[in-house]
Design a binder for this molecule. Structure first.
Ligand code: ATP
Ligand code: MG
Length: 245
C-alpha cells in the first residue's frame, strides 16, 4: 500500500543542513495498523509528513497504491491526498465551525454537493459517537470529543490510509483507550490502513500489528509488535520497552 524507498530528508537551516531522515525503507501493507515509535526528535513527524508530501523528501521514493508520488503533478497529488486522511495531536479543528461543518469541510473542497456532504458528515459523526454534538463548536467539546471530530473529518473523503501523528498524546489514559478502540473499529470494519506515530508504548501495544522503531532519523528495528515487545534488539527499543528498574 505504502512503500518508502531510500527516503532522505535534509532541512537547510541557518546553522547548516540538518539530516533528519536517513535512507528510510518501509513497506506498509494494505489493512494493517503500522506503528512508528521513537524518542522526541527522532524524525517521526517528518516521516509521516513526507508520506503525503506535506514535506518534500530530499531524495528517495514514495510509492502509494502503485503510484510514485514524487512524480505526480500538483493536481494529481491533491487528488491522492484525499485518499490519505491525517489526524494530529492538536486536533487542528476550525474553531469557527461546528463539528458538523468541520467534517463537511474536506467535502466542500472536493466539490461534493452540500446535501450529500451533510449526510455523509452526519453518518461519520454518528459513527464516532457524536450524534448529539453535531452543532457544538470545538470550544464546547472535550479533548477526546475533538479528536473524534478530527477522525470523522479525516474519514470524510473515504481515505485508504489514516496517518495519525501522536493523536492520543494530549488525552488521559481512559480517553486514549476509547480513541484507540474507535480506530481499531475503523480499521476492522472499513478496512482503512492506519499509520500510527507515537512515543507511547501502550498505544503500539494496544492496536498495532507491526512497528518500526526510529532513532536519529534511521529505522533501527522493525517487526511484529509481539516479537519486538518480547525481544527488543535495538538500544532504542530496549529503552522504550523494557521496564525501568
Ligand atoms: P516529537 O516526538 O517531539 O514529536 P519527532 O520524532 O516527531 O519528535 P520531528 O518533528 O520529525 O521529530 O523532528 C526531527 C528533527 O528534525 C528535529 O531535530 C527537528 O528539530 C528537525 N526539524 C523538523 N522540522 C524542521 C524544519 N522545518 N527545519 C529544520 N529542522 C526541522
Ligand atoms: Mg512529532
Amino acid at each position: 500500500m505504502i512503500s518508502l524507498r531510500n527516503l532522505c530528508k535534509t532541512f537547510e537551516t541557518a546553522n547548516g543542513p540538518v539530516e533528519v531522515l536517513k535512507n528510510i525503507d518501509l513497506d506498509i501493507k494494505k489493512g494493517e495498523v503500522f506503528g512508528i515509535i521513537g524518542l522526541s526528535g527522532a524524525g517521526k513527524s517528518t516521516l509521516v509528513r513526507c508520506i503525503n508530501l506535506l514535506e518534500k523528501p530530499t531524495s528517495g521514493e514514495i510509492i502509494f497504491d502503485g503510484m510514485n508520488l514524487m512524480k505526480l503533478s500538483r493536481k494529481e497529488l491533491l487528488k491522492v491526498r484525499q485518499s490519505m486522511g491525517m489526524v494530529f495531536q492538536s486536533f487542528n479543528l476550525l474553531q469557527q465551525r461546528t463539528a458538523l461543518k468541520n467534517v463537511c469541510y474536506p467535502l466542500e473542497i472536493a466539490h461534493v454537493p452540500k446535501d450529500r456532504a451533510r449526510k455523509k458528515a452526519v453518518e461519520l459523526l454518528e459513527m464516532v459517537g457524536l450524534a448529539d454534538k453535531l452543532n457544538a463548536y470545538p470550544s464546547q467539546l472535550s479533548g477526546g470529543q475533538k479528536q473524534r471530530v478530527a477522525i470523522a473529518r479525516a474519514l470524510a473523503t473515504d481515505p485508504k490510509v489514516l496517518l495519525c501523528d501522536e493523536i492520543t498524546s494530549a488525552l488521559d489514559p481512559n480517553t486514549t483507550r476509547s480513541i484507540l478502540e474507535l480506530l481499531q473499529n475503523i480499521n476492522r470494519t472499513m478496512g482503512v490502513t492506519i499509520v500510527m506515530i507515537t512515543h507511547e508504548m501502550e498505544v503500539i501495544e494496544q492496536i498495532c500489528h507491526r512497528v518500526a522503531v526510529i532513532n536519529g532519523g534511521r529505522i533501527v528495528e522493525m517487526g511484529d509488535v509481539k516479537e519486538v515487545f518480547l525481544r527488543p534488539r535495538s538500544e532504542t527499543a530496549k529503552q522504550l520497552i523494557l521496564p525501568k528498574s
